[in-house]
Design a protein around this ligand. Structure first.
Ligand code: 3PG
Ligand code: MG
Length: 410
């Protein structure tokens, strides 16, 4: 993949795909990490005189056609406003994705200025499984750039999506990877190629199904697998423990058991919770107490890791030289149930080797819990993309950036 320094961008229209998919509280941005992470590429392109039109998605708009989706939102308006603040220049938001408004926005760009198209997912073709539908939209997007137009792919968090603006559009224009994409991929390479040992992977989040493929793939790479939070209850259940009304993927128990056996065979230590926070229900003020695994009540649900588990997880991280963490280990959004996730973040922040916080929820968690960015080597901007990379799956967005326009290998 070539970087933006290899493109001659001065006075050219650059279509920049960024991942500005930020958590929203109504129209208020609750974590602007992805917008800030996208700034280096934007400012460097602008500094070299590019005329930049940003394509980005927000949420997962629903509706049969463009009109229904645009009416339902979410609009990128709050993101354009935040970007304007960070850039110190007004970033106009076109009222459509690849129509007259976007064309007018491009026509209005002076050298070094930035505009945005509306949420690319208002166009149903963006995420279509039909190659011709996506190609049609990509063609309309490419036409906006005019002669000499260029494409820069910097939306790391969406690289695992075979979407028009990620996968099809770069095939139509001379292109390069942005700084964020190159930085993220460089970190993922360090995790895959000769990581320093012990290599400890910490996994949380709601469901084992999201991560079983990845776990199976990394069993020959990691020394220790620490599993907490929502997905750990299926692991505990697979070992025959009562988990009450906690999150559970009953149908994944056979696969989880197979992973546990495989790990044992390969000498990978799997660390599971030993005590849990047993709450009356999913609420910020739910009454709760600490229950040891093996004594969990049938009528309660676990919302967090107990103190013995927090100490155990910290101990299992203490000697690590490489750490990858994806997924909170409790309902950290509720302060009463944030202790487990905080303990994991704290323990990782003490590790002296390579520490990578992998993705959306975990990144938002460490920021929300007040850990300064410098507490970790790297905070990835894409959970799904990171996990698929670590699973060894080729990312469509990477393949597209590696190929020459026209599809031939570079
Ligand atoms: C993300 O938030 O994980 C990325 O922006 C991709 O979004 P998606 O999961 O809706 O495709
Ligand atoms: Mg996601």
């Amino acid at each position: 993949m070539r970087g933006i320094d290899e493109l001659d961008v001065g006075g050219k229209t650059v279509l920049l795909r960024a991942d500005l998919n930020t958590p929203l509280d109504g129209t208020r941005i609750s974590d602007d990490g992805r917008i800030r992470a996208s700034m280096p590429t934007i400012t460097r392109l602008a500094g070299r005189g590019a005329r930049i039109l940003i394509f980005a998605h927000l949420g997962r708009p629903k509706g049969a056609d463009y009109a229904a989706r645009a009416a339902g939102g979410p609009s990128l308006q709050p993101v354009a406003a935040r970007l304007s603040e960070l850039l110190g220049q007004e970033v106009p938001l076109a009222a459509d994705v690849a129509g007259q408004a976007a064309a007018a926005a491009v026509a209005g760009l002076a050298d070094g200025r930035v505009g945005m198209a509306e949420n690319v997912r208002f166009e149903p073709a963006e995420t279509s499984k039909d190659d011709a539908e996506r190609a049609g939209l990509a063609g309309r997007m490419a036409a906006l750039a005019g002669p000499g137009g260029l494409y820069v792919g910097d939306g790391f968090g969406a690289l695992h999506r075979k979407h028009a603006s990620v996968y099809d559009l770069p095939a139509l224009l001379p292109h390069a990877a942005g700084d964020l994409v190159l930085a993220e991929i460089a970190v993922l390479r360090r995790l895959t190629e000769n990581p320093e040992r012990p290599y400890v992977m910490v996994l949380g989040g709601a469901k084992p199904s999201d991560k079983l493929g990845m776990i199976a793939h990394v069993l020959d790479k990691v020394d220790r697998l620490v599993i907490g939070g929502g997905m750990s209850y299926t692991f505990l259940k697979a070992q025959g423990h009562e988990v009450g009304k906690s999150l559970l993927e009953e149908d994944k128990i056979p696969e989880v058991s197979a992973v546990l056996e495989d790990a044992a065979k390969r000498g990978v230590e799997v660390v599971l919770p030993v005590d849990l926070v047993a709450a009356t229900g999913y609420a910020p003020d739910a009454e709760h107490y600490i229950a040891r695994v093996g004594e969990f009540p049938a009528d309660r649900e676990s919302m967090d890791m107990g103190p013995a588990t927090r100490a155990l997880f910290a101990e299992k991280l203490a000697d690590a030289k490489t750490v990858f963490w994806n997924g909170p280990v409790g309902v950290f959004e509720f302060p009463a149930f944030a202790a487990g996730t905080r303990a994991v973040a704290e323990a990782i922040s003490q590790v002296s080797g390579l520490t990578v916080i992998g993705g959306g929820d975990s990144a938002a968690a460490v920021r929300k819990l007040g850990f300064p960015e410098g507490s970790f080597t790297h905070i990835a901007t894409g959970g799904g993309a990171s996990l698929e990379y670590l699973e060894g799956r080729p990312l469509p967005g990477v393949a597209a950036l590696e190929a020459a326009e026209g599809g031939a290998a570079r």
